[in-house]
Design a protein around this ligand. Structure first.
Ligand code: PMP
Length: 295
């Protein structure tokens, strides 16, 4: 599903067939989750294939490595060029790109001297689908920023995400919403969160969440379209009276929420501020003007 016999990926300076690519079973990343990654989307736009905010994603990859002491020497421009080549060699335009920085063999708990970088791509529909999602409040908290670097996209952190999504699905929901270690709403397992109340959008501030590139784009859209938006801490109880809510992330894009712990949103999605943001986001990634999106 993620690759076929024909798939070519980038690995440490070379383009190789995915089926022939090899890694070491003693990689520190495999044993301890000590590696970093990105999730990026490319779109078939009116101006050809465009990778959305490629530099922002590779800058975050570099930052993630720096935060946890993983050496990383590629420039964002270099990795952007490589990513376009990966797309071209695989004949892809609407695709999801996955850069991964993984460590060399090392069974000690020390930072590596060398790392490997791979970039691969595949066609991937919207991560949470097209339908409104039913969300529960997760019993799992986001990792405590005093235990890990929450603002880094580190492989091992995704155990927390897998636990939260698995729990949500086993309770009959589509996705979970995780609180931070103080009990404030933080984010989804793989997406940031916004809710609407009385004409204002609210989202948690940075500190206990991954600084999402889609989240930043949503904030830009709001400023552009004069949609009032505030970054502030709030509790799950504040959501039960929300007018609307949505998750946003590269893989999920903008996806509306139907209910939170069974409490339906007060507005229908099509009348919500989120629907306006969703429309504008679609235009931006496709390199189209969104000035026509009227608030
Ligand atoms: N939070 C978490 C935990 C994530 O994994 C992601 C996906 N990278 C996001 C938020 C959204 O980030 P972005 O918009 O940069 O994809």
């Amino acid at each position: 599903m993620y690759y076929s016999d024909q798939t070519t990926l980038f690995l440490d300076g070379q383009f190789v067939k995915a089926k022939d690519a090899r890694t070491d079973l003693f990689s520190q990343t495999l044993h301890y989750g000590y590696g970093t990654f990105e999730g990026i989307r490319a779109y078939k736009t009116v101006n050809g294939t465009k990778i959305f905010k490629s530099h922002e994603h590779f800058d975050r990859l570099r930052k993630s490595c720096a935060l946890v002491g993983i050496p990383f020497h590629y420039s964002s421009e270099e990795l952007t060029q490589i990513s376009y080549q990966v797309l071209e060699r695989n004949n892809l335009s609407d695709a999801y790109l996955r850069p991964l920085v993984f460590c060399s063999p090392n069974m000690s708990l020390t930072a590596p001297k060398e790392v490997s970088v791979m970039i691969t791509a595949w066609e991937w529909g919207k991560y949470l689908g097209d339908q409104l999602v039913k969300v529960c409040i997760s019993s799992y908290q986001r990792p405590n920023p005093k235990s890990v670097k929450v603002e880094a996209k580190v492989c091992g952190h995704y155990i927390n995400s897998i636990l939260a999504t698995t729990e949500a699905k086993s309770r009959g929901f589509d996705e979970g919403l995780l609180l931070d270690s103080r009990g404030f709403v933080a984010e989804g397992p793989g997406a940031n969160f916004f809710f609407e109340k009385e004409g204002v959008l609210y989202t948690p501030p940075l500190g206990n969440i991954l600084p999402g590139i889609t989240r930043a784009t949503v904030l830009e859209i709001c400023h552009e379209l004069d949609i009032p938006v505030e970054e502030k801490l709030f509790s799950p109880e504040d959501l039960f009276e929300a007018d609307s809510a949505f998750f946003c992330g590269t893989a999920a894009e903008i996806i509306g929420i139907e209910s939170i712990e069974g409490n339906p949103m007060k507005k229908t999605w099509k009348n919500s501020l989120g629907a306006i943001v969703q429309e504008a986001y679609k235009c931006i990634v496709l390199d189209k003007s969104y000035s026509y999106v009227i608030v």
